[in-house]
Structure formats: structure tokens, C-alpha cells
Design a binder for this molecule. Structure first.
Ligand code: HEC
Length: 246
């Protein structure tokens, strides 16, 4: 059974499709805002970048927060290079509790705990116990595989459903076949590549580029489907003559 193309759709079909497409378009923009807000300060630089994506999935494996602090601005609170050397050696040797009980606890107590206490008015992490210190000595390996699996199944179903429904409307657009086929298949391929790249980025940060490129393809193809559909329903030259008011 042939279906009506968009410019021949009845008024009620057009209103129904258009309201849905606009809703999806706005929803997509909100998703972008959320993505920006939630990932832009994964690395220490402003704005959302490929590094932020890599930091999210791969983490920052070059060192720990504790080591970064004593090599950076907290280093000035240490009295002599020997203390820093001892702390770094302790971190490199696995930051064990046994070694902590020796000299390390004393250094931290004397040099850091004045400010880094649980009841401190400064909003800084507590360094007054081994457990608290240990938390800052764990290498950041990014979000867990478990979270990626959880997020990916939500994305597969959620986004799959959105591109299917938007595609149902877009199927009625009239377009050069190669372009139409490409725009229909592209978002599915993009979602698949995007999610696969989350896992791959966990393994190698270079795949953060794939996440970005696939995300852009998804946005572009869904955006094009929505805009072309809306245009053909309302603004295409032949629309008004063939429109039935039903
Ligand atoms: C005079 C108070 C003071 C002392 C002493 C001090 N810090 Fe801090 N520390 C701060 C403040 C304030 C911040 C947050 C601002 C910043 O990052 O500079 C901070 C931030 C940090 C951070 C990163 C943010 C956080 O809260 O986790 C770490 C890690 C840290 N300090 C470790 C240390 C270590 C280790 C020592 C001891 C060698 C130390 N600090 C000594 C005041 C202090």
C-alpha cells in the first residue's frame, strides 16, 4: 500500500507530525546542553573538548589527585624535598596502610591536616585518616564499565526509539533516493558507532574522536530529517494546492 507523501498529508497528520518533530528537536537541544554542562569540566579547561570525553571514559591515568597536589600548589606546605620524596615514594609503592603508619602519617598530620580536616570550614577533602587519604591516591580510570553498560542500554533503546519514530515521518519525504537512504540509515549507524566508541575510549583515549564524530553524525542526520520533514509539510511550493483539510 502506497503512503501519502508529506506534502499531501492532511492537516491533522501535519499538526501531529510537526508537534512531535518539534518536541524531539527541542529534546535533542536539551540533551546537548546537558552534555555540555555535565562533561565540560572533566578536564581542567573550560568548554567541552575531546579531552573531556577522554577524561570521562578513560580517566586521567597519569597520576593521582594526591600526587598532583603535592607536585602543585600544596607542595609549598611541605618543609623540605625529603618529605615530598617520601610521599611520592609511598604513592608509587602502592600507598599501603602499613607504610602509611610509619613516616607518612606524621608528614600529613604536621603539614596538611591543619586545613584538611573533616570539620574544616574550607571546602577541602579530609586527610586526617588513612581511609580518607587513600581515596585521593586511587588512579582515575574514568567511569566504570558497569556504568557504561547501564548508560548504553538506555541509549540503545531510547535513541533507537526516537530515530525510528522520526524516521517514520521522514520516510514520507520526497528526496533523491541516495540521499534519503543515507539519511535514514545514518542515525542508526551513528548510535552504534557512538556507543561502541564509549567502550573503546575506556581502552584507548584516541577513540574519543570517534565519540565526537559519531555524535555529530547523529545530530546532523536527525536534524536534517526533522527540518526536511517540517519544510515539506508546510513550506514546499506544492503543499498548499494538494492539502486536504481533514
Ligand atoms: C593552609 C591550608 C592548607 C594546607 C596546609 C594544605 N592544603 Fe591542600 N588545599 C587547601 C585549599 C584551600 C585547597 C583548595 C584550593 C586549591 O586547590 O588550591 C586545597 C586543595 C587540596 C587538594 C585538592 C582538592 C581536595 O580538596 O581534594 C589536595 C589533594 C590537597 N589540597 C592536598 C594537600 C596536602 C597533601 C597537603 C599537605 C602537604 C595540603 N593539601 C596542605 C588548603 C591547604
Amino acid at each position: 500500500m502506497g503512503q501519502r507523501i508529506l506534502r499531501q498529508c492532511t492537516m491533522s497528520e501535519r499538526l501531529f507530525y510537526s508537534a512531535f518533530l518539534v518536541l524531539m528537536g527541542v529534546g535533542y537541544l536539551m540533551a546537548l546542553v546537558y552534555l555540555y554542562a555535565s562533561h565540560s569540566d572533566n578536564d581542567d579547561q573550560a568548554g567541552l573538548s575531546v579531552e573531556d570525553i577522554a577524561a570521562n571514559y578513560y580517566g586521567n591515568r597519569s597520576g593521582t589527585d594526591f600526587e598532583a597536589s603535592i607536585r602543585g600548589s600544596m607542595g609549598r606546605y611541605l618543609k623540605n624535598p625529603g618529605e615530598r620524596h617520601d610521599l611520592v615514594a609511598w604513592l608509587k609503592s602502592g600507598a599501603t596502610e602499613q607504610a602509611y603508619r610509619g613516616r607518612i602519617q606524621g608528614i600529613i598530620k604536621n603539614r596538611c591536616v591543619a586545613c584538611h580536616r573533616a570539620d574544616s570550614s574550607l571546602k577541602v577533602s579530609d586527610l586526617s585518616s588513612f581511609r580518607a587519604v587513600k581515596k585521593l591516591t586511587v588512579v582515575d580510570t574514568g567511569v566504570s564499565i558497569q556504568s557504561i553498560v547501564r548508560l548504553s542500554h538506555i541509549h540503545f533503546f531510547g535513541i533507537g526509539f526516537i530515530i525510528f519514530t522520526v524516521g517514520l515521518v521522514f520516510q514520507r519525504a520526497t528526496l533523491r533516493p541516495w540521499l534519503k537512504y543515507t539519511l535514514i540509515v545514518a542515525p542508526f549507524v551513528a548510535v552504534f558507532a557512538d556507543i561502541a566508541a564509549w567502550f573503546l575510549t575506556k581502552w584507548d583515549p584516541v577513540f574519543a574522536y570517534t565519540v565526537v564524530i559519531a555524535g555529530a553524525c547523529l545530530g546532523f542526520s536527525i536534524g536534517a530529517q526533522i527540518i526536511i520533514s517540517l519544510y515539506q509539510m508546510w513550506f514546499s511550493p506544492e503543499t498548499s494546492s494538494s492539502c486536504e483539510l481533514k
